[in-house]
Design a protein around this ligand. Structure first.
Ligand SMILES: Cc1cc2nc3c(=O)[nH]c(=O)nc-3n(C[C@H](O)[C@H](O)[C@H](O)COP(=O)(O)O)c2cc1C
Length: 218
């Protein structure tokens, strides 16, 4: 059964662009075959604890004397990692908050032991992950490109550090319908949104079919 964890982190539970796009991703994923499953994890409604102990960042063999993280926190970390390990594909809604990611997503991202530092081991290497970044303004290709601290850290941690195969979908200018001064950008925002939806559908279909092939159930 191809398995997709869907992670949402927007604090907007009614009109969120990233939630709509992760929703389109999961619907398209399920359309690939009746065997395709989804695990919903809402990091806003049920946030993980904010790094209760720095020792959780290190594999147990790399901990120094006296580092004994709370077993409950360690169990949760193991459960989150097991969810990732069991995934065929992961989709993550990552809105831009203050040029960065929402704090519950940051807390989830502390998956420490997956990057052991002392070996080249990358247990999640090659696993596809789709990061959907919604943002009020526009960044790529503008003078503000360097102010996007949402996508680069996600790519750094998931891609460079864990070796996952990261695809990024951005939905820019979402504030064009809320902020009157941005109204002239509404058409561009609509086009951005349509492009983001098309890319989400393409990723879900392509990765969904590839998951079936990998499992030999196609
Ligand atoms: C707390 C907060 C901080 C925000 N900070 C930024 C920001 O730094 N840059 C930006 O372009 N938009 C910012 N926005 C706008 C959001 O990125 C935009 O509304 C986006 O669509 C949020 O994702 P969502 O629609 O999935 O909730 C912020 C919104 C909130 C609620």
């Amino acid at each position: 059964m191809p398995n997709l964890p869907r992670l949402d982190s927007s604090a907007d539970t009614r009109t969120s662009t990233s939630r709509e796009l992760t929703g389109i991703f999961t619907r398209t994923w399920r359309e690939v075959s009746p065997a395709h499953e989804v695990v919903e994890r809402d990091l806003h409604r049920t946030p993980p604890p904010h790094l209760p102990d720095s020792a959780l960042h290190y594999a147990p063999r790399l901990r120094v004397d006296g580092e004994q993280p709370d077993p409950v926190a360690e169990e949760l970390q193991k459960a989150l990692l097991a969810e990732l390990a069991a995934a065929d594909v992961v989709v993550i809604g990552a809105p831009m908050y203050n040029w960065s990611i929402p704090s519950p997503l940051k807390a989830w991202l502390v998956l420490g032991t997956t990057v052991p530092f002392d070996t080249r081991e990358q247990p999640l290497a090659g696993k596809p992950v789709v990061v959907i970044s919604s943002r009020g303004a526009a960044y790529a290709g503008t003078p503000d490109a360097g102010k996007d601290h949402t996508v680069p850290p996600m790519v750094q941690v998931l891609g460079d550090s864990m070796g996952m195969a990261v695809s990024v979908v951005t939905a820019d200018l979402t504030l064009a319908t809320r902020v009157p001064a941005m109204a002239p950008l509404a058409d561009t925002a609509r086009q951005n949104r349509q492009a983001a939806e098309a890319r989400v559908r393409e990723r879900a279909t392509t990765l969904g079919r590839a998951s079936l092939m990998r499992r030999g159930t196609a």
